[in-house]
Every structure is written in structure tokens, then in C-alpha cells.
Design a protein around this ligand. Structure first.
Ligand code: CMC
Length: 429
């Protein structure tokens, strides 16, 4: 079978053969298609990258039709079931293989050496208003780290890259917890490095007066699973931002801050907060049919439903739904759960959702767990950004080592005015 595509340009009758690799053609191979020799050449128009691969990656695989998600080949269900530590999965994403015992110990040790932040970072965070949004604080503080580690600019040096990876993965829980404590007017709790990644984070969040804060093992496990589920998701909006900013060869702190900003939007990592607001607003199961009617009439969206890639049940949502019951055993059931289940039931039976293949995504149930665990709603995107930092860094590292990559710079179809002459201000209409 020939592995190429024949294109006939009906404007000119000319025929072109374009090679196919991995079921894909190179957009640059279309540039030769011209009507006149001095034409720019054919481009593709693909707002929102609906059908454009911008990278070749070996990190995360999604089959949206089958509801499959794998990190480096390992199904998400297996990783979330068996990995006892988030750092094991972070290692897998960044190194391509699961660590053996020695590698895992070294990796943990290296991350632990970098969990503390410079005292000036603490002061910087103290300067935010008492009601500053924790995600705004998180983004700004990550960005500020670049001023503390100016050597991070040497991004192509593997040792420098590695050091910033340790620092970022080590410090994001600390910065996140400080942002929370600031919003509560509570003293910051420093990292305790003998705890697990999730356990240390819970300790920095919730420890109050006690000498030793008792971490509930079920909640610690639940947070580990949630971190694993959120660690990477191939070329999503924030990862694309990380790669895009990183493609200019800026330091990883600045790129991560940009990625975190992208994550904050309600169509991305802000969706779980939007789900809870929506459930609050709906209030009771008898209102669900009216809400579904509004959705079908295009008056509103069902938050936590739909996905650009998944046209099946999001496998992360399956794991989270199960996890929710374990968490609720400890925390008591989130009263919104029944409403969420009823909304899901009605939506999944409805032709509108069936036809469009709209299923619950990761955000539909995660907010219910986070809320039951005592995290405030505005903190949800921060909880997403902590583990996703490992994914962003894995993708950033892959990007920098990919000889196909250059500075990200899309083309445009210019539809504005042609040249026209400047008019003095008094003569303008
Ligand atoms: N509720 C109602 N209708 C929807 C929804 C929804 N949540 N999502 C998509 N649709 C409809 C949409 O109106 C369109 O209908 P039509 O063909 O009649 O115009 C059709 O389904 C296809 O949707 P789309 O907007 O072309 O899909 P997209 O790939 O551009 O958008 C999405 C994906 C996730 C932004 C969108 O589904 C959405 O806004 N969902 C709600 C927000 C949400 O839950 N986001 C979290 C995503 S998962 C975690 C993450 O990425 O961080």
C-alpha cells in the first residue's frame, strides 16, 4: 500500500504526492501547492488545534473513543491502584520508566532537598491581600522563583534542567499550602520531609496546634490517587502553553507560571469549582430536568461534562467516582453527591448527550471529594496544578530535546485591510 497522499489542486489541475507518516501529513508539505510561483503556498486552518498534532510525544497516550489513558504505556487504572507514592508516577513521566527501589529512593531524596522555599518567598507571599485568590498567589509565586534561581535560564544544560525539576516538584506543594494558610490568616507550616508527598502537603495545609498532626491514611491515599490522575494529560491547554512558552527558551519557572494560568480557566482546571457552583445552583434533584432542558436549548453548559479528546467515559472520572465513596466513609457523604449522580443518570440517558458523546470528565466528581476533604473551592485549581507540574516538566523536557521543535509561532489568515494612508486626527470620521 503506497504511504502517500495524492492531492489534485482543482484550481490548477496540478497533482502532488505528499508522504504520510503515522497517519499524518506534514503541514509544510502543503506549502508547495500554489496557483502562481510567487504565492505563499497552501496552509491549513485549524483554530484550537482540532486536528493538528504539534508534537511527537512518548509520554501520555489517550484513546478518547475507547476511554483509555496511559502514562508511558501504563494504564491509569493500574498506576492509581498500585503506586503508593505520587513521586513514583512523577519519576515515570519524567524518566520514561518506573523507578527501581534505589532510583526511587534517590529521586525522593532529591525532591525532599528542595521542598523548602527561600524565606523571601514567604515574605513575598505575605504581601498578598488577605483575600487573594490562592491560584493567583500560586501563579505569581511560581513565576517569582525565576528571580531566585537565575541559573535556570541555562535550559539546555541537563544538570540545570534536572535541578529545576527537583525544585519545582519539591516546592509546588509548599507554595500551594502557604497560599492556603495565607488566605486563612494562619501561620505557614514548613515541610516535613519524612512524610509522603501527599502527607506532607496535608500536614502543611491542615496542621494547627498539635505537635504531630495525625494524617488520615485514607485521605492521604485519596490525595495520592488524585495527584496521580491529574499528573499529565498529553497536549491539553496548559501543557500546550508550557511547551509554547518553553519554546522561546525561557526558564521553566516562567513557563510553569504561564501553564498554571492556562489551567485556571473554567474550561480547563477551573471546571471542578464550576461543577460545585452548578450543583449548588441546581439545589435539588427535581430541578435536573429543567437544567438539562436549558443545556439542550444552548442556554448553558453542563460543567464537568464533555471533553475535547474523550468521546467516552473519562477513565479518571471512573476512578474518582469509586474513590469518592472511600473518602466519604471518613468525611461523611458530600450532600451534593446524590444530585451529581442524578444529573449524570439523566444526562447519560438523554439523546443530546448521547449523540454528542458527552460523558462526565475528571472534574465532575473531583470537586465533591476535595470539598469533603476540607479544601475550599477556590483552592481546587491549585490542587490540580501541584501534580500537573510533573507533567508540564516532562513535556517541557521532551520539547527541549526534540530536534523537530522550534519557537512556537503559528501562521494566520489575514483578513484585515490592505495598505491605506494615514489620516490626520481632525480629518478622521
Ligand atoms: N454541556 C453541554 N453541551 C456541551 C458541553 C457541555 N459541558 N460540552 C460540549 N457540549 C456540546 C457543544 O455545545 C457542542 O454542541 P453542538 O455540536 O451542537 O454545537 C458539542 O457538544 C461539541 O462541543 P465542543 O464545544 O465543540 O467541544 P470542545 O472539544 O471544543 O470542548 C470542553 C471541550 C471540555 C471545553 C467542553 O466540553 C466544555 O466546555 N465542558 C464543560 C467544561 C469542563 O467540564 N471542562 C473540563 C474539561 S476536563 C479537565 C480539563 O481539561 O482540565
Amino acid at each position: 500500500m503506497p504511504n502517500n497522499l495524492t492531492i489534485i489542486d482543482n484550481r490548477t489541475g496540478k497533482k502532488y504526492e505528499v508522504p504520510i507518516e503515522h497517519d499524518t501529513i506534514k503541514a509544510m508539505d502543503l506549502r508547495q501547492i500554489k496557483v502562481k510561483d510567487d504565492d505563499f503556498g497552501m496552509m491549513t486552518y485549524d483554530p484550537a488545534f482540532m486536528n493538528t498534532a504539534s508534537v511527537k510525544s512518548k509520554i501520555t497516550f489517550i484513546d478518547g473513543d475507547k476511554g483509555i489513558l496511559r502514562y508511558r504505556g501504563y494504564p491509569i487504572e493500574q498506576l492509581s491502584e498500585n503506586c503508593t507514592s505520587f513521586l513514583e508516577v512523577a519519576y515515570l513521566l519524567l524518566h520514561g520508566e518506573l523507578p527501581n527501589r534505589t532510583d526511587l529512593d534517590d529521586w525522593r531524596q532529591n525532591i525532599k532537598l528542595h521542598t523548602y522555599v527561600h524565606e523571601n518567598i514567604k515574605k513575598l507571599m505575605e504581601a498578598f491581600r488577605y483575600d487573594a485568590h490562592p491560584m493567583g498567589m500560586f501563579i505569581s509565586t511560581i513565576s517569582a522563583l525565576s528571580t531566585f534561581y537565575p541559573e535556570a535560564k541555562d535550559i539546555l544544560n541537563p544538570d540545570v534542567q534536572r535541578k529545576q525539576i527537583f525544585r519545582l516538584i519539591g516546592k509546588v506543594p509548599t507554595i500551594a499550602a502557604f497560599a492556603y494558610r495565607h488566605s486563612k490568616g494562619m501561620p505557614y507550616i514548613y515541610p516535613e520531609n519524612e512524610l509522603t508527598y501527599a502527607g506532607n502537603f496535608l500536614n502543611m495545609m491542615f496542621k494547627i496546634g498539635e505537635a504531630k498532626y495525625k494524617i488520615n491514611p485514607i485521605l492521604e491515599h485519596a490525595l495520592t490517587v488524585l495527584f496521580i490522575l491529574h499528573a499529565d494529560h498529553e497536549q491539553n491547554c496548559s501543557t500546550n502553553t508550557m511547551r509554547g512558552i518553553g519554546s522561546s527558551h525561557i526558564d521553566p519557572y516562567s513557563a510553569c507560571a504561564g501553564a498554571a494560568a492556562a489551567l485556571w480557566g473554567p474550561l480547563h482546571g477551573g471546571a471542578n469549582e464550576a461543577v460545585l457552583h452548578m450543583l449548588d445552583e441546581i439545589g435539588s434533584a427535581d430541578k435536573v430536568p429543567a437544567v438539562v432542558k436549558d443545556v439542550k436549548e444552548g442556554k448553558r453548559k453542563l460543567m464537568g461534562f464533555g471533553h475535547r479528546v474523550y468521546k467516552n467515559y473519562d477513565p479518571r472520572a471512573q476512578v474518582i467516582k469509586k474513590l469518592a465513596y472511600e473518602v466519604f466513609e471518613v468525611t461523611g457523604k458530600n450532600p451534593k453527591l446524590d444530585l451529581a449522580l442524578e444529573l449524570e443518570r439523566i444526562a447519560l440517558e438523554d439523546d443530546y448527550f448521547v449523540k454528542r458523546k458527552l460523558y462526565p470528565n475528571v472534574d465532575f466528581y473531583s470537586g465533591l471529594i476535595y470539598q469533603a476533604m476540607g479544601f475550599p473551592m477556590d483552592f481546587f485549581p491549585v490542587l490540580f496544578a501541584i501534580p500537573r507540574t510533573a507533567g508540564w516538566l516532562a513535556q517541557w523536557q521532551e520539547h527541549l530535546s526534540d530536534p523537530d521543535q522550534k519557537i512556537a509561532r503559528p501562521r494566520q489568515i489575514f483578513l484585515g485591510y490592505g495598505e491605506r494612508n494615514w489620516v490626520p486626527v481632525d480629518k478622521r470620521k
